[in-house]
Structures are given as structure tokens and as C-alpha cells.
Write a protein that binds this ligand. Structure first.
Ligand SMILES: Cc1cc2nc3c(=O)[nH]c(=O)nc-3n(C[C@H](O)[C@H](O)[C@H](O)COP(=O)(O)OP(=O)(O)OC[C@H]3O[C@@H](n4cnc5c(N)ncnc54)[C@H](O)[C@@H]3O)c2cc1C
Length: 370
């Protein structure tokens, strides 16, 4: 128990019912779901960052459920039912997020989402699957999810039409996370930042947690560390860095909505009158299997190329800012929500869809810990 004072131990680290590692979308939603079930429990969320430091405050803010080419690709490696379930979880997850936090508070805008195709062959392949995919997903959505649209934003060096959905939207990522943190604090959930968990030990009926600041016990441990999960236990999950940049404001910007390219490996959207663009991880999978927060010339140069040649071919722009975040991915796309021992549980592998499925995964993780 070295490291903590008597007072700290007594007020914070004694009789902990639930300790959650990771204050991203999953960890905070898990804490809120636990609070609904256990109004008097001592619930604590630990994070190594001064803010959540993974993907939840770094992402692009798409509330999406998978572009047509991504769904067609998933059908090659997953069963039809698995793909329907993935899409349903994403769609229902967005509804849960909006209901819990409020559309206004998270800056939700339903401007639609579109897939832009680099070449005719890929467009044709998705077009050939349009009707069967729409039929497959009609049980999930209120009406037909995917439609063909003309090239209304006049992108260049790409196919002159998009396949998109009116059901996709966008949020303000920072405001969403601020809201979650605010609600967790109002629910008397202890949020402790700058505290790294180094390891844990399952004892009989409790778990001992070893942190950068000292050790303590909890009745139940819930791990929501996503891209960092492989540092603590072995499952089919590894880190995947994603790099992003955003322009300075652009006069008379007409582009509105969220856009996917190349099976979701590239994405861009408007943020008010700016363009945010990210992706290109498929240029260098091995190097991007990293937990280091940095941007690289190789990826950033490629994002510039797509931005200047496809998205804004006749508009001069300046980049205001660039950054990276760390996702958790695996061979299978669905999240891993399971018990690791009697009192330790994990909810990880959110891929590039945590905005959509993070609330639901947090709730599922909470439900495991009875
Ligand atoms: C650039 C980028 C763009 C994205 N765009 C989108 C998008 O548009 N739409 C979408 O749906 N998804 C998007 N995603 C994915 C989405 O952000 C993630 O799926 C989601 O945020 C994962 O949430 P999480 O809570 O599981 O993990 P995280 O938000 O990564 O939270 C995990 C937390 O665990 C903490 N942690 C890790 N190890 C330890 C430790 N040992 N001790 C203490 N704390 C620890 C970390 O500091 C971190 O805060 C994007 C991701 C990135 C990086």
C-alpha cells in the first residue's frame, strides 16, 4: 500500500466495488451503466493520460455503420448474420449515444455519409452488391440504407457518383467526451487521471491492482484499454495508429457530410467550414501497428495528395493541425467482451467504430460484472 496516504486510501482506494481501466467511450459508458444498476457502489475509472489518451478524444467523429465496400469486404470474412449483427450494433449504438448524451450536447448533425470511389472497377463491384446488401440490411434500418448519388460536391480523380446513406451523421468528438466525463462526475464516479495500471492479480474474491501510484484492491476489475489491451492480456487484438489532419477555415466550403474511400481506409468530413481527413494506414500496416502518438511523412503526404487531388482540387487550403490516435483491431471485426478470470472482464477491439458501438460495448461490459 506504499504511495498513498492514510486519507487517500480511506477515501478513494478502500472498498472499491468496480474499478475500470480506461476512460474512453467504453470505460465511461461502462461506469454509467454500472451506476444505473448499483446506485450506491464505489465505482472508479483510472486512466494513464491527463485526458482519455487513446482514440476517444482523437477520432474523426463519424457516426457511421460501415460503407458499402466495407460491408461487401466484410461478407468475405464473416457470415451474413455476423455482418447484419455488426451493422445493427453500430446503428443501435448511435441511438444509445444520442439518447444518453443528447444530440445537441454532442453536436450531432445528420448530413449523410457517402463512399467515394478511386476507380470504376471498385464502384461497379459495390454497385453490383447494392440490391442484395440493401435487402440484407432492411431489417436493421427504417428504410433502404444505401443509394447512388451524383457527384454533387465535384470531387475529381474519382468516379463521378457516390454510394451513400442518409442514416450517417457526424458529431463533435471533444464535446461528446466532455459531456460523458461531466455526467460520470455528476454520478459520483471517481475519475482518476495520470494513473497507469501496470498489472493486476486475481486473488480469491478480489483483484489486486498495481499502478504507477501504488497498489489497491477492487471487487471487480473491468478493462477498457482497447488499443493498449495487448500490454495486459492475450487476445486477438493489436494497436492500429490512425493519423488525421484538419484544414484552416475555407471560404464558401460546400462539402457537407462524412465520406469514406477505399473500404474505409480513408475518410474525410466537414467540421464547420474546415475539412478533416484521415486514414491511409493501409500504406504501411506494420509501421502503424504502434502505440506511439506521432504522425509520419509517409501517411501525411498521402493524405495531402488525396485532399489536393480528389477533395479540394481547385481550392487552396492550409493545414491547421495534425495528430494521431490509437485504435484496437484484430482479425475479427467484432468487439471482445468477455470474462478473463473470476473477477476480471474486458471490453476491447472497437476498431474504427467506437463512436457507434462504444456505448453498447460499455453496457455489455457492465452486464458481465455481476
Ligand atoms: C484518428 C481516429 C479516427 C477515428 N474515427 C472514428 C470515427 O469517425 N467514428 C468511429 O466510430 N470511430 C472512430 N475511431 C475509433 C474510435 O475512436 C474508437 O473505436 C473508440 O474511441 C475506442 O474507445 P475505447 O474506449 O475502447 O478506447 P480508448 O478511447 O482508446 O480508451 C482507452 C483508454 O485506456 C487508457 N489506458 C490504456 N492503457 C492504460 C493503462 N495501462 N492504465 C491506465 N489507462 C490506460 C488510455 O489512456 C485510453 O484513454 C477513430 C479512431 C482514431 C484513432
Amino acid at each position: 500500500m506504499k504511495g498513498f496516504s492514510y486519507w487517500e486510501l480511506q477515501s478513494w482506494f478502500t472498498n472499491v466495488d468496480f474499478c475500470i481501466i480506461g476512460s474512453g467511450i467504453v470505460g465511461l459508458n461502462c461506469a454509467l451503466s454500472l451506476r444505473e444498476q448499483y446506485p450506491k457502489a464505489k465505482i472508479m475509472v483510472l486512466d494513464k493520460g491527463i485526458l482519455p489518451k487513446g482514440a476517444s478524444t482523437k477520432n474523426a467523429g463519424f457516426s457511421c455503420f460501415g460503407s458499402i465496400s466495407e460491408i461487401v469486404a466484410d461478407l468475405k470474412s464473416h457470415s451474413q448474420q455476423e455482418v447484419i449483427d455488426l451493422v445493427r450494433t453500430r446503428w443501435e449504438g448511435v441511438q444509445l449515444l444520442k439518447a444518453r448524451l443528447g444530440e445537441k450536447a454532442i453536436g450531432y448533425q445528420n448530413n449523410g455519409g457517402y463512399e467515394v470511389f478511386f476507380n470504376q472497377e471498385d464502384f461497379q463491384n459495390s454497385l453490383d452488391h447494392l440490391d442484395p446488401v440493401n435487402r440484407m440490411l432492411e431489417e436493421v434500418f427504417p428504410s433502404t440504407p444505401f443509394h447512388v448519388y451524383p457527384n454533387r460536391f465535384q470531387f475529381e480523380n474519382c468516379v463521378n457518383a457516390y454510394i451513400g446513406s442518409p442514416f450517417e451523421g457526424q458529431i463533435n468528438t471533444g464535446e461528446m467526451m466532455k459531456r460523458l466525463i461531466y455526467i460520470a462526475q455528476s454520478e459520483e464516479i471517481q475519475l482518476l487521471y495520470g494513473m497507469e495500471v501496470q498489472s493486476f492479480t486475481q486473488l480469491s474474491n478480489k483483484v489486486q491492482i498495481h499502478t504507477s501510484e501504488g497498489d489497491f484492491d477492487t471487487s471487480k476489475l473491468l478493462i477498457a484499454t482497447n488499443g493498449f489491451a495487448s500490454q495486459m492480456f492475450k487476445e486477438d487484438i493489436k494497436p492500429a495508429r490512425a493519423q488525421v489532419m484538419i484544414t484552416k477555415p475555407i471560404d464558401n466550403l460546400k462539402i457537407k457530410g462524412v465520406f469514406h474511400m477505399d473500404e474505409g481506409y480513408y475518410y474525410f468530413r466537414n467540421v464547420d467550414n474546415r475539412i478533416l481527413i484521415g486514414g491511409a494506414r493501409n500504406l504501411d500496416f506494420k509501421a502503424e501497428e504502434s502505440t506511439v502518438f506521432e504522425t509520419t511523412d509517409k501517411i501525411i503526404n498521402q493524405l495531402h495528395k488525396v485532399l489536393s487531388e480528389v477533395v479540394l482540387p481547385h481550392t487552396s487550403y492550409e493545414i491547421d493541425h495534425q495528430w494521431s490516435g490509437i485504435m484496437g483491431v484484430g482479425i475479427q471485426k467484432g468487439p471482445i467482451v468477455k470474462a478473463l478470470s473470476d473477477d476480471v472482464y474486458c471490453g476491447v477491439r472497437l476498431g474504427g467504430m467506437g463512436v457507434a458501438i462504444g456505448s453498447a460495448v460499455g453496457a455489455q461490459l457492465a452486464n458481465l460484472a455481476h
